[in-house]
Design a binder for this molecule. Structure first.
Ligand code: SF4
Length: 394
Protein backbone atom coordinates (compact mmCIF):
# COMPACT_ATOMS: atom_id res chain seq x y z
CA UNK A 1 0.00 0.00 0.00
CA UNK A 2 2.85 2.38 0.80
CA UNK A 3 4.03 2.09 -2.79
CA UNK A 4 0.65 2.99 -4.20
CA UNK A 5 1.16 6.02 -6.48
CA UNK A 6 -0.64 9.30 -6.04
CA UNK A 7 -3.42 10.02 -8.48
CA UNK A 8 -1.21 12.59 -10.24
CA UNK A 9 1.66 10.10 -10.55
CA UNK A 10 -0.62 7.41 -11.90
CA UNK A 11 -2.27 9.72 -14.43
CA UNK A 12 1.11 10.90 -15.64
CA UNK A 13 2.36 7.32 -16.02
CA UNK A 14 -0.83 6.38 -17.85
CA UNK A 15 -0.47 9.23 -20.32
CA UNK A 16 -3.65 11.01 -19.18
CA UNK A 17 -3.53 14.69 -20.09
CA UNK A 18 -3.82 17.41 -17.49
CA UNK A 19 -6.69 18.85 -19.48
CA UNK A 20 -8.75 15.65 -19.26
CA UNK A 21 -8.13 15.33 -15.53
CA UNK A 22 -9.18 18.94 -14.92
CA UNK A 23 -12.29 18.30 -17.00
CA UNK A 24 -13.18 15.38 -14.74
CA UNK A 25 -12.68 17.57 -11.65
CA UNK A 26 -14.91 20.20 -13.24
CA UNK A 27 -17.64 17.62 -13.66
CA UNK A 28 -17.21 16.54 -10.05
CA UNK A 29 -17.63 20.12 -8.85
CA UNK A 30 -20.68 20.53 -11.05
CA UNK A 31 -22.10 17.35 -9.54
CA UNK A 32 -21.50 18.43 -5.96
CA UNK A 33 -21.12 22.23 -5.86
CA UNK A 34 -21.93 22.30 -2.16
CA UNK A 35 -22.00 19.55 0.43
CA UNK A 36 -18.56 18.10 -0.23
CA UNK A 37 -15.70 19.75 1.68
CA UNK A 38 -13.46 18.78 -1.21
CA UNK A 39 -15.31 21.01 -3.65
CA UNK A 40 -15.42 24.04 -1.35
CA UNK A 41 -12.09 25.13 -2.80
CA UNK A 42 -12.35 28.21 -4.96
CA UNK A 43 -11.41 26.86 -8.34
CA UNK A 44 -11.37 23.66 -10.28
CA UNK A 45 -7.58 23.90 -10.52
CA UNK A 46 -7.32 23.91 -6.70
CA UNK A 47 -9.61 20.90 -6.51
CA UNK A 48 -7.51 19.12 -9.15
CA UNK A 49 -4.33 19.89 -7.18
CA UNK A 50 -5.86 18.51 -3.94
CA UNK A 51 -7.07 15.32 -5.62
CA UNK A 52 -3.79 14.84 -7.49
CA UNK A 53 -1.82 14.61 -4.21
CA UNK A 54 -3.72 11.69 -2.69
CA UNK A 55 -2.92 8.04 -3.23
CA UNK A 56 -5.29 6.21 -5.52
CA UNK A 57 -7.99 4.84 -3.24
CA UNK A 58 -8.36 1.07 -3.29
CA UNK A 59 -11.90 -0.04 -4.12
CA UNK A 60 -13.23 -3.59 -3.89
CA UNK A 61 -16.57 -4.04 -5.65
CA UNK A 62 -18.86 -6.96 -4.80
CA UNK A 63 -21.96 -8.06 -6.71
CA UNK A 64 -24.95 -9.71 -5.09
CA UNK A 65 -28.57 -9.81 -6.34
CA UNK A 66 -28.22 -7.20 -9.10
CA UNK A 67 -28.65 -6.58 -12.81
CA UNK A 68 -25.17 -4.96 -13.16
CA UNK A 69 -26.91 -1.73 -14.17
CA UNK A 70 -24.94 0.28 -11.59
CA UNK A 71 -21.68 -0.94 -13.11
CA UNK A 72 -23.02 -0.21 -16.59
CA UNK A 73 -23.84 3.38 -15.70
CA UNK A 74 -20.23 3.84 -14.60
CA UNK A 75 -18.81 2.32 -17.77
CA UNK A 76 -21.29 3.43 -20.45
CA UNK A 77 -20.62 7.12 -20.35
CA UNK A 78 -21.19 8.96 -23.60
CA UNK A 79 -17.48 9.57 -23.86
CA UNK A 80 -15.46 6.41 -23.05
CA UNK A 81 -12.63 8.61 -21.82
CA UNK A 82 -14.74 9.61 -18.81
CA UNK A 83 -15.08 5.98 -17.68
CA UNK A 84 -11.36 5.45 -18.20
CA UNK A 85 -10.61 8.59 -16.21
CA UNK A 86 -12.74 7.48 -13.27
CA UNK A 87 -10.98 4.11 -13.30
CA UNK A 88 -7.62 5.92 -13.38
CA UNK A 89 -8.53 8.03 -10.35
CA UNK A 90 -9.68 5.09 -8.22
CA UNK A 91 -7.85 1.77 -8.01
CA UNK A 92 -10.54 -0.80 -8.71
CA UNK A 93 -8.71 -3.80 -7.25
CA UNK A 94 -11.53 -6.32 -7.47
CA UNK A 95 -14.63 -6.21 -9.68
CA UNK A 96 -16.27 -9.42 -10.90
CA UNK A 97 -17.74 -7.89 -14.06
CA UNK A 98 -14.51 -6.30 -15.21
CA UNK A 99 -11.96 -8.95 -14.29
CA UNK A 100 -10.95 -11.80 -16.55
CA UNK A 101 -10.52 -14.31 -13.72
CA UNK A 102 -13.26 -16.66 -12.60
CA UNK A 103 -13.69 -19.51 -10.12
CA UNK A 104 -10.65 -20.29 -7.99
CA UNK A 105 -8.61 -17.49 -9.59
CA UNK A 106 -11.33 -14.95 -8.75
CA UNK A 107 -11.42 -16.11 -5.13
CA UNK A 108 -7.64 -15.75 -4.93
CA UNK A 109 -7.85 -12.27 -6.48
CA UNK A 110 -10.34 -11.18 -3.82
CA UNK A 111 -8.18 -12.53 -0.98
CA UNK A 112 -5.13 -10.82 -2.43
CA UNK A 113 -6.92 -7.45 -2.88
CA UNK A 114 -8.14 -7.57 0.72
CA UNK A 115 -4.73 -8.55 2.14
CA UNK A 116 -2.91 -5.74 0.31
CA UNK A 117 -5.34 -3.05 1.49
CA UNK A 118 -6.75 -4.38 4.75
CA UNK A 119 -8.45 -1.69 6.78
CA UNK A 120 -7.94 0.90 4.02
CA UNK A 121 -10.09 -0.07 1.05
CA UNK A 122 -13.56 1.21 0.27
CA UNK A 123 -16.03 -1.63 -0.26
CA UNK A 124 -18.64 -0.91 -2.92
CA UNK A 125 -21.62 -3.26 -2.86
CA UNK A 126 -23.96 -3.62 -5.83
CA UNK A 127 -27.15 -5.66 -5.41
CA UNK A 128 -29.31 -6.76 -2.50
CA UNK A 129 -28.44 -9.54 -0.08
CA UNK A 130 -30.81 -12.54 0.22
CA UNK A 131 -31.46 -13.35 3.89
CA UNK A 132 -34.15 -16.02 3.63
CA UNK A 133 -32.88 -19.44 4.70
CA UNK A 134 -29.69 -17.79 5.98
CA UNK A 135 -28.73 -16.37 2.61
CA UNK A 136 -28.70 -19.67 0.77
CA UNK A 137 -30.55 -18.22 -2.22
CA UNK A 138 -27.14 -16.99 -3.38
CA UNK A 139 -23.70 -18.46 -2.82
CA UNK A 140 -20.27 -17.25 -3.84
CA UNK A 141 -17.37 -19.70 -3.61
CA UNK A 142 -19.73 -22.07 -1.72
CA UNK A 143 -20.42 -19.42 0.94
CA UNK A 144 -23.79 -17.73 1.50
CA UNK A 145 -23.79 -14.18 0.10
CA UNK A 146 -24.35 -12.67 3.54
CA UNK A 147 -21.22 -14.42 4.87
CA UNK A 148 -19.11 -13.03 2.00
CA UNK A 149 -20.42 -9.54 2.69
CA UNK A 150 -19.71 -9.78 6.43
CA UNK A 151 -16.18 -11.12 5.90
CA UNK A 152 -15.14 -8.49 3.34
CA UNK A 153 -16.87 -5.57 5.11
CA UNK A 154 -15.07 -6.46 8.37
CA UNK A 155 -11.74 -5.67 6.69
CA UNK A 156 -12.83 -2.49 4.88
CA UNK A 157 -12.55 1.14 5.96
CA UNK A 158 -16.03 2.11 4.80
CA UNK A 159 -18.86 0.67 2.73
CA UNK A 160 -20.78 2.28 -0.12
CA UNK A 161 -24.06 0.65 -1.14
CA UNK A 162 -24.47 1.63 -4.78
CA UNK A 163 -27.94 1.50 -6.31
CA UNK A 164 -31.37 0.91 -4.81
CA UNK A 165 -30.86 -2.87 -4.41
CA UNK A 166 -27.81 -2.48 -2.18
CA UNK A 167 -29.32 0.53 -0.39
CA UNK A 168 -32.62 -1.02 0.68
CA UNK A 169 -33.36 -4.16 -1.35
CA UNK A 170 -34.53 -2.61 -4.64
CA UNK A 171 -36.20 -4.78 -7.29
CA UNK A 172 -35.50 -8.14 -5.57
CA UNK A 173 -37.24 -6.89 -2.41
CA UNK A 174 -40.53 -6.10 -4.20
CA UNK A 175 -43.48 -8.00 -2.76
CA UNK A 176 -43.50 -10.89 -2.05
CA UNK A 177 -39.71 -10.60 -1.70
CA UNK A 178 -39.08 -14.32 -2.27
CA UNK A 179 -35.39 -14.26 -1.23
CA UNK A 180 -35.78 -11.98 1.79
CA UNK A 181 -33.65 -9.32 0.03
CA UNK A 182 -32.34 -6.49 2.20
CA UNK A 183 -29.88 -3.62 1.84
CA UNK A 184 -26.32 -3.55 3.16
CA UNK A 185 -27.03 -1.40 6.22
CA UNK A 186 -29.48 -4.00 7.52
CA UNK A 187 -26.48 -6.34 7.91
CA UNK A 188 -23.38 -4.18 8.40
CA UNK A 189 -23.83 -2.03 11.47
CA UNK A 190 -20.26 -1.62 12.76
CA UNK A 191 -18.86 0.31 9.75
CA UNK A 192 -19.88 3.55 8.12
CA UNK A 193 -22.30 2.74 5.28
CA UNK A 194 -23.23 5.32 2.62
CA UNK A 195 -26.32 4.64 0.54
CA UNK A 196 -26.42 5.81 -3.09
CA UNK A 197 -29.87 4.66 -4.20
CA UNK A 198 -31.01 5.01 -7.78
CA UNK A 199 -31.80 2.62 -10.57
CA UNK A 200 -29.15 3.35 -11.66
CA UNK A 201 -27.45 6.03 -9.54
CA UNK A 202 -25.30 8.74 -11.05
CA UNK A 203 -21.64 7.54 -11.08
CA UNK A 204 -20.35 11.01 -10.14
CA UNK A 205 -22.04 10.61 -6.76
CA UNK A 206 -19.88 7.53 -6.16
CA UNK A 207 -16.74 9.32 -7.26
CA UNK A 208 -17.59 12.30 -5.02
CA UNK A 209 -18.07 10.11 -1.92
CA UNK A 210 -14.87 8.09 -2.50
CA UNK A 211 -12.72 11.17 -3.12
CA UNK A 212 -14.22 13.05 -0.17
CA UNK A 213 -13.39 10.12 2.07
CA UNK A 214 -9.78 9.66 0.97
CA UNK A 215 -8.99 13.39 0.56
CA UNK A 216 -10.72 14.84 3.62
CA UNK A 217 -10.70 11.73 5.82
CA UNK A 218 -14.42 11.80 6.41
CA UNK A 219 -17.66 10.92 4.72
CA UNK A 220 -19.99 13.62 3.43
CA UNK A 221 -22.97 14.64 5.53
CA UNK A 222 -25.73 12.03 5.29
CA UNK A 223 -29.50 12.24 5.64
CA UNK A 224 -31.56 9.98 7.90
CA UNK A 225 -31.45 7.23 5.27
CA UNK A 226 -27.68 7.26 4.93
CA UNK A 227 -27.74 9.18 1.61
CA UNK A 228 -25.22 11.99 1.02
CA UNK A 229 -27.03 15.29 1.32
CA UNK A 230 -25.07 16.82 -1.56
CA UNK A 231 -26.94 14.55 -3.94
CA UNK A 232 -30.20 13.67 -2.18
CA UNK A 233 -31.23 16.72 -0.17
CA UNK A 234 -33.75 18.07 -2.68
CA UNK A 235 -36.72 16.45 -4.40
CA UNK A 236 -36.69 16.23 -8.19
CA UNK A 237 -39.77 18.46 -8.43
CA UNK A 238 -37.77 21.43 -7.11
CA UNK A 239 -35.40 21.55 -10.07
CA UNK A 240 -37.44 19.85 -12.77
CA UNK A 241 -37.31 21.59 -16.17
CA UNK A 242 -41.09 20.95 -16.47
CA UNK A 243 -41.83 22.73 -13.19
CA UNK A 244 -43.05 25.89 -14.93
CA UNK A 245 -45.75 23.79 -16.63
CA UNK A 246 -46.75 22.33 -13.25
CA UNK A 247 -47.00 25.82 -11.75
CA UNK A 248 -49.06 26.99 -14.73
CA UNK A 249 -51.38 23.98 -14.58
CA UNK A 250 -50.30 22.49 -17.92
CA UNK A 251 -50.30 18.68 -17.67
CA UNK A 252 -49.94 15.74 -20.02
CA UNK A 253 -52.91 13.44 -19.31
CA UNK A 254 -52.05 10.57 -21.67
CA UNK A 255 -48.89 9.40 -23.36
CA UNK A 256 -48.77 10.93 -26.81
CA UNK A 257 -51.42 13.58 -26.20
CA UNK A 258 -50.83 17.22 -27.05
CA UNK A 259 -49.47 18.07 -23.58
CA UNK A 260 -47.07 15.12 -23.67
CA UNK A 261 -45.80 16.07 -27.13
CA UNK A 262 -45.28 19.66 -25.95
CA UNK A 263 -43.23 18.62 -22.92
CA UNK A 264 -45.76 19.56 -20.25
CA UNK A 265 -45.68 18.34 -16.65
CA UNK A 266 -46.08 14.57 -16.11
CA UNK A 267 -47.72 14.78 -12.67
CA UNK A 268 -51.09 13.45 -13.85
CA UNK A 269 -49.33 10.48 -15.46
CA UNK A 270 -48.11 9.47 -11.99
CA UNK A 271 -44.80 11.35 -11.78
CA UNK A 272 -43.24 10.75 -8.34
CA UNK A 273 -40.83 13.70 -8.65
CA UNK A 274 -42.54 15.70 -5.86
CA UNK A 275 -41.60 13.07 -3.23
CA UNK A 276 -38.37 11.67 -4.68
CA UNK A 277 -35.06 12.86 -3.26
CA UNK A 278 -32.46 12.73 -6.03
CA UNK A 279 -30.43 15.06 -8.20
CA UNK A 280 -31.48 13.63 -11.59
CA UNK A 281 -33.07 16.94 -12.62
CA UNK A 282 -29.72 18.74 -12.55
CA UNK A 283 -27.26 15.87 -13.14
CA UNK A 284 -28.32 14.05 -16.23
CA UNK A 285 -26.81 10.74 -17.33
CA UNK A 286 -24.04 10.00 -19.80
CA UNK A 287 -23.10 13.70 -19.93
CA UNK A 288 -26.04 14.30 -22.28
CA UNK A 289 -28.55 17.06 -21.57
CA UNK A 290 -32.07 15.65 -21.01
CA UNK A 291 -30.77 12.07 -20.69
CA UNK A 292 -32.97 11.09 -17.72
CA UNK A 293 -36.52 9.71 -17.43
CA UNK A 294 -38.47 12.98 -17.27
CA UNK A 295 -36.22 14.41 -19.99
CA UNK A 296 -37.36 11.52 -22.19
CA UNK A 297 -41.03 12.09 -21.37
CA UNK A 298 -41.33 9.28 -18.80
CA UNK A 299 -42.70 10.05 -15.32
CA UNK A 300 -40.28 9.62 -12.41
CA UNK A 301 -41.01 6.29 -10.64
CA UNK A 302 -39.25 7.28 -7.41
CA UNK A 303 -36.44 4.73 -7.66
CA UNK A 304 -34.42 6.33 -4.84
CA UNK A 305 -37.28 6.03 -2.35
CA UNK A 306 -37.97 2.73 -0.60
CA UNK A 307 -41.53 3.74 0.23
CA UNK A 308 -42.40 4.96 -3.26
CA UNK A 309 -41.17 2.89 -6.19
CA UNK A 310 -42.64 -0.51 -5.30
CA UNK A 311 -45.32 0.74 -2.93
CA UNK A 312 -47.29 3.19 -5.08
CA UNK A 313 -49.09 2.43 -8.34
CA UNK A 314 -47.45 3.58 -11.56
CA UNK A 315 -50.23 6.04 -12.37
CA UNK A 316 -50.99 6.99 -8.75
CA UNK A 317 -50.41 10.67 -8.05
CA UNK A 318 -48.51 11.75 -4.96
CA UNK A 319 -49.36 14.53 -2.52
CA UNK A 320 -47.60 17.83 -3.04
CA UNK A 321 -45.91 19.01 0.11
CA UNK A 322 -42.62 20.58 1.13
CA UNK A 323 -42.14 21.89 -2.42
CA UNK A 324 -40.00 24.99 -2.52
CA UNK A 325 -39.23 27.23 -5.48
CA UNK A 326 -36.82 25.62 -7.94
CA UNK A 327 -33.19 26.64 -8.05
CA UNK A 328 -33.38 27.53 -11.71
CA UNK A 329 -35.38 30.67 -11.02
CA UNK A 330 -32.96 33.63 -11.17
CA UNK A 331 -31.91 34.22 -7.54
CA UNK A 332 -32.49 37.53 -5.79
CA UNK A 333 -29.81 36.61 -3.29
CA UNK A 334 -27.52 33.61 -3.60
CA UNK A 335 -26.62 32.01 -0.25
CA UNK A 336 -23.96 29.81 -1.86
CA UNK A 337 -20.77 31.16 -0.33
CA UNK A 338 -18.20 28.58 -1.38
CA UNK A 339 -18.64 28.80 -5.13
CA UNK A 340 -18.68 32.15 -6.84
CA UNK A 341 -20.28 32.92 -10.18
CA UNK A 342 -16.77 33.38 -11.55
CA UNK A 343 -15.72 29.97 -10.27
CA UNK A 344 -18.81 28.50 -11.84
CA UNK A 345 -17.85 30.04 -15.18
CA UNK A 346 -14.35 28.61 -14.93
CA UNK A 347 -15.74 25.16 -14.23
CA UNK A 348 -18.04 25.48 -17.20
CA UNK A 349 -15.05 26.43 -19.29
CA UNK A 350 -12.69 23.63 -18.30
CA UNK A 351 -15.44 21.07 -18.52
CA UNK A 352 -16.32 22.29 -21.99
CA UNK A 353 -15.85 18.83 -23.44
CA UNK A 354 -18.28 17.53 -20.84
CA UNK A 355 -21.30 19.59 -21.77
CA UNK A 356 -23.25 18.37 -18.75
CA UNK A 357 -21.17 20.42 -16.34
CA UNK A 358 -21.91 23.65 -18.14
CA UNK A 359 -25.55 22.63 -18.29
CA UNK A 360 -25.71 22.01 -14.54
CA UNK A 361 -24.16 25.35 -13.69
CA UNK A 362 -26.38 27.26 -16.07
CA UNK A 363 -29.34 25.61 -14.32
CA UNK A 364 -28.19 26.33 -10.79
CA UNK A 365 -26.41 29.63 -10.69
CA UNK A 366 -27.20 31.86 -13.58
CA UNK A 367 -29.97 33.90 -15.03
CA UNK A 368 -30.04 34.22 -18.81
CA UNK A 369 -28.19 37.56 -18.70
CA UNK A 370 -25.49 36.15 -16.45
CA UNK A 371 -25.19 33.15 -18.73
CA UNK A 372 -24.35 35.43 -21.64
CA UNK A 373 -21.62 37.16 -19.63
CA UNK A 374 -20.30 33.80 -18.44
CA UNK A 375 -20.06 32.43 -21.95
CA UNK A 376 -17.65 35.25 -22.78
CA UNK A 377 -15.70 34.70 -19.52
CA UNK A 378 -15.72 30.94 -20.08
CA UNK A 379 -14.22 31.31 -23.53
CA UNK A 380 -11.39 33.41 -22.11
CA UNK A 381 -10.78 30.93 -19.27
CA UNK A 382 -10.63 28.03 -21.72
CA UNK A 383 -7.97 29.80 -23.76
CA UNK A 384 -5.95 30.34 -20.58
CA UNK A 385 -6.28 26.69 -19.66
CA UNK A 386 -5.15 25.64 -23.13
CA UNK A 387 -1.95 27.68 -22.66
CA UNK A 388 -1.36 26.28 -19.14
CA UNK A 389 -2.02 22.74 -20.30
CA UNK A 390 0.68 23.07 -22.90
CA UNK A 391 3.19 24.12 -20.22
CA UNK A 392 2.32 22.08 -17.13
CA UNK A 393 1.77 18.49 -16.24
CA UNK A 394 -0.65 17.22 -13.58
S1 SF4 B 1 -44.57 16.52 -11.27
FE1 SF4 B 1 -42.80 15.49 -12.24
S2 SF4 B 1 -42.73 16.27 -14.39
FE2 SF4 B 1 -44.05 17.66 -13.18
S3 SF4 B 1 -42.67 19.30 -12.51
FE3 SF4 B 1 -42.78 17.78 -10.84
S4 SF4 B 1 -41.04 16.42 -11.21
FE4 SF4 B 1 -41.37 17.54 -13.12
Amino acid sequence: MSKRPTIAEHLKASGVSRRNFVQLCGMLIATAPVGLSLTSKKSVLQVAAAIGKIKRPSVIWLHFQDCTGCTETLLRTSAPDVAHLILDVISLDYHETLMAASGVQAEAALRSAIAENEGKFVLVVEGSIPMKEDGNYMQLGSKPAVQVLREVAAKSAAVIAIGSCASWGGVPSADPNPTGAVGVDSIITDKPVVNLPGCPPNPYNLLGVVLEYVTMGKLPALDDQGRPKFAYERVIHENCPRRAHFDAGRFATAFGDEGHRKGWCLYKLGCKGPVTHAACATRHFNEIADCWPIGAGIPCVGCTEKDVVWKLGTFETVPIHLATPPDNYPPIYSPIGGVSIGAAALVGAVAGGLGGATYVYSQRFTSSQEAGAERIEAGQAEKQLDKKSDRKEV
